[in-house]
Design a protein. Structure first.
Lengths: 474, 314
């Protein structure tokens, strides 16, 4: 339950320290820089059965890149370079990650490099950042030979708002409202991760922990239903798409009835939840969830029984188990490619330690695998909500907590996977706040999964990953 | 002296153009109802086209005069076909147009649209054009063969105005495998030509999957309005060929008013059935993988070939 981090200072090579822990079954959850005295320090957060923090002081403007040894560190090192100007020496791929020239991502879009693939009949298709539909802004470069995609590179950062910087300041102030907006449809998950950095393992009333779990699982069910509906939409399977959207709407309306907010904004508060669930609300949740369980199963049956859809979904956008592991993909994407990692199970928080929870996993790695994992997880979420309702007892829903100096980390399983909040507090002031949304490590996995597919299948693959632009850009 | 038949057939052509957005609206409404949505009004396509006509047109810098000419060429070719195709009355205003000419007017339309897609200079237009060309290579032979089987069944003539009369004259015997197979093949080409699911998704916002819509992406204002209107007319023409050539029962054979009224009522019913069939398919099929489409079109070709063979064997 307590998510403090044991801290180690790297002696000599950071790559060796990280590789050693990866061999021991941990994963690199985040790598970021912060100002430390006159210089900088690199922080590597390793996640496994516990959380470990490795600090590497950086003198001067560069450090030795660990990407050649640890491929999943690549994006983090590019981020460090763009945010702090610290150059990772020996980094194999220094394409821009978020910034183009300076901090205005729109001013220098021409700075995006080509994919560097040439040959007879090989073309490069630039797509976005403005798209025909109402989706997040992202620029994609496809190298194609006819319809098959040779390579795809994603360039994001168009919805960067500087959330991490805004999270800095006096440690006592409640910034849950800000954390909720890191990624709009994962607001409970991010608020929960933020609250973990504030509450720092102090005792939260049991009832509040159950209510938090209910909110988090309703959010997950809602998010997965939206994705299932979206996958059906992108395959032009109109009727199941409409039904999926209607089911998502059912959850959103339930959210509004029980908390006052469709996206459960402001439902969590420091030390507990902002308001207790009334008996009527609990009855309402139980009824709605019971009905939803049938509807979700029915919806999935309709989708999976459509031969034309299955033909589109099976074997499309395959992410191999090896790639998923090497890139340390997280969440449903990784669990559809053989991973069994789920924060709720590995390091239970809120009330997850008290309820029975299955973590579905399969090795298919294609669009269909991700779709069925999402359906399984939605069902698990609904069951978790019911369990919480049955086990909850009357009691207080809020407690006073004290925030202390030091390093504090909050890790939750957001609907898209493991999300991380790291707070460095000194003298009662948050000096560095790092948010790592689940989408961040999954975007490179998408680049992998698209290779070898045909261009018109990309939207379907993209939707099955369902990554957040705002969570990535922050 | 203008004959009553000619006057009625001109009126029929105008009616087809005027009703085209209504049929698109009916299709849209049926699809919405099947998804348990209330959907927009039946007249929405009229409002959409009227709105587009009022809007300013923005033309890509890389486009030549051809870009502006394409919508008029497309609209013109579809307007011509409206006067060549029987709707409620067997007689047509443009009797020089036969089935073969019809197939190539469609080809002209597609050719102009492909050029328009390339002219805009955007990636999506180019991708749409290349996909459309790939599909048209496969659509054309099966369309041609299907209508040839129909002409053979009706007694050899390729004159569209003559076919309903001779089919009705043959009585029940005309419901032969040849007609059914040719109609089935024609229905598949109808879906392909009109960019319906499973060939293309007319309501998609995903640029990367677009075929027909991709070619229209660079159009705006009046140009887009004309292109949209032409698409609706194309759907109406195809559907009315299915209703009035393959299943002509109920069509008016003489321009007398009671006959015309009965013909109109029957063709509207048949069109409604055709739209319902399309809506049903669009609701229960996913869009096929791009490289699976040739299989479906090959099936359509095989059906029309079988129709042709059964015509001479049975």
């Amino acid at each position: 339950m307590v998510l403090g981090g044991s801290a180690v200072t790297a002696r000599g090579s950071l790559a060796a320290e990280v590789s050693e822990r990866i061999a021991g079954g941990m994963g690199l959850a985040c790598l970021y820089a912060r100002r430390d005295g006159g210089g900088h320090a690199l922080e590597a957060i390793m996640a496994g059965d516990g959380i470990e923090r490795i600090t590497l002081p950086v003198d001067g403007g560069s450090f030795e890149s660990i990407s050649p040894a640890v491929p999943c560190a690549s994006i983090y090192e590019r981020e460090v370079f763009e945010e702090f100007g610290l150059r990772p020496e020996g980094h194999p791929d220094m394409r821009p990650l978020r910034s183009r020239s300076g901090w205005g991502p729109l001013e220098g879009a021409s700075a995006i490099p080509g994919n560097g693939i040439s040959g007879d009949g090989v073309f490069e298709i630039p797509v976005g950042p403005i798209h025909a539909g109402v989706i997040g802004p992202g620029h994609f470069r496809f190298s194609v030979a006819g319809e098959p995609v040779l390579a795809m590179r994603a360039y994001l950062g168009y919805s960067r708002r500087g959330v991490e910087k805004a999270m800095e300041g006096p440690a006592g102030a409640d910034r849950a409202f800000l954390a909720e907006r890191a990624s709009g449809d994962n607001s409970v998950a991010h608020a929960l991760a933020y609250l973990q950095t504030v509450e720092q393992g102090s005792e939260i009333p049991l009832r509040a922990r159950y209510i938090r779990t209910i909110y988090a699982e309703l959010e997950r069910a809602c998010c997965h239903l939206g994705t299932i509906s979206g996958i059906a939409t992108d395959a032009a399977l109109a009727v199941p798409a409409a039904r999926g959207a209607a089911l998502r709407e059912t959850v959103l309306r339930l959210n509004e009835r029980i908390s006052g907010s469709r996206m459960l904004r402001g439902a969590l508060a420091v030390g507990g939840v902002s308001r207790d669930l009334s008996a009527e609300s609990m009855w309402d949740i139980e009824n709605t969830v019971m009905k939803l369980e049938f509807d979700v199963l029915d919806l999935f049956k309709v989708i999976a029984k459509s031969p034309s859809f299955m033909d589109r979904a099976e074997s499309t956008g395959r992410l191999s188990c090896e790639d998923a592991e090497a890139l340390r993909a997280v969440g449903p994407v990784a669990r559809a490619s053989g991973s069994g990692y789920d924060v709720r199970k590995r390091r239970p928080y809120a009330a997850y330690g008290d309820i029975a929870l299955n973590v579905p996993s399969c090795r298919g790695g294609d669009v269909y695998a991700r779709l069925s994992i999402r359906k399984e997880e939605a069902m698990e979420s609904l069951s978790a909500v019911t369990q919480c309702l049955n086990q909850m007892r009357e009691g207080p829903v809020r407690a006073r907590v004290e925030t202390e100096d030091g390093f504090h980390v909050g890790v939750v399983e957001s609907p898209r996977g493991e999300a991380l909040h790291c707070a460095h507090i000194s003298g009662g002031v948050v000096t560095r706040y790092k948010i790592r949304d689940a989408s961040f490590p999954n975007w490179p996995a998408l680049e992998r999964a698209v290779m070898g597919n045909i261009v018109p299948d990309f939207p379907l693959v993209n939707k099955s990953f369902d990554l957040s632009y705002s969570g990535n850009d922050l | 002296m203008i004959s009553a038949g000619f006057a009625a057939s001109v009126a029929q052509g105008i009616l087809m153009i005027a009703l085209a957005p209504l049929f698109a609206g009916v299709l849209c409404k049926l699809k919405a109802r099947m998804q348990r949505r209330s959907g927009c009004g039946l007249l929405q396509p009229y409002r959409d086209v009227a709105k587009l006509f009022r809007k300013a047109e923005k033309v890509s810098d890389s486009a030549s005069w051809l870009f502006r000419a394409v919508p008029y060429a497309c609209f013109g070719s579809m307007a011509l076909l409206s006067f060549m195709t029987p709707f409620m009355l067997a007689e047509v205003a443009a009797p020089f147009g036969d089935l073969v000419a019809m197939v190539y007017v469609f080809t002209l339309y597609r050719f102009m649209m492909v050029l328009g897609g390339l002219e805009g200079g955007s990636v999506f237009g180019g991708m749409g054009s290349s996909r459309e060309t790939m599909m048209s290579v496969l659509i054309e032979p099966s369309l041609l063969l299907a209508v040839m089987a129909l002409a053979g069944l009706a007694g050899g003539g390729t004159d569209m105005g003559g076919i309903p009369g001779s089919l009705i004259g043959m009585g029940v015997i005309v419901l032969s495998p040849a007609l059914i197979l040719a109609a089935a093949s024609f229905f598949i080409t109808l879906l392909a030509e009109n960019a319906r699911i499973p060939f293309d998704n007319p309501s998609t916002h995903l640029e990367l999957t677009m075929v027909h819509e991709g070619m229209l992406l660079e159009y705006s204002g009046r140009g887009l309005g004309l292109m949209e209107l032409s698409s609706m007319m194309r759907l109406t023409i195809f559907a009315s060929m299915l209703c009035s050539l393959f299943f002509p029962w109920g069509i008016a054979l003489s321009p007398a008013l009671p006959d015309l009224a009965a013909g109109l009522a029957s063709v509207l019913l048949k069109m409604l059935a055709a739209m319902a069939a399309i809506a049903l398919i669009e609701s229960y099929l996913a869009k096929y993988r791009l490289f699976k489409l040739p299989n479906l079109l090959t099936a359509s070709f095989a059906l029309s070939l079988l129709a042709m063979i059964s015509l001479y064997i049975l």
